[in-house]
Design a protein around this ligand. Structure first.
Ligand code: FES
Length: 72
């Protein structure tokens, strides 16, 4: 599924960034060029959603004890 039409990025691209450790909003903006003048700005406006998606892709996310305790 496409996440960013301006850059042609899919959910898979965001997850791959997360797997590589890019989960902070500023790093994602830089990585994907979401502050470029040719972007509509929608993705930068919703950067927290992309950061959450990226963080869920971290290899340690599923086993994180902090995550488990925060969901109970
Ligand atoms: S759709 Fe992603 S910046 Fe425009």
């Amino acid at each position: 599924m496409y996440i960013c039409l301006c850059k042609g990025l899919t959910e898979s691209d965001i997850r791959q960034a997360g797997e590589a450790g890019l989960t902070e909003p500023e790093r994602l903006i830089t990585r994907f060029g979401w502050d470029d003048s040719d972007c509509c700005g929608r993705c930068a406006d919703h950067i927290d959603c992309a950061a959450t998606l990226a963080a869920e892709s971290l290899p340690c996310f599923a086993a994180c004890p902090a995550r488990s305790s925060s969901l109970t």
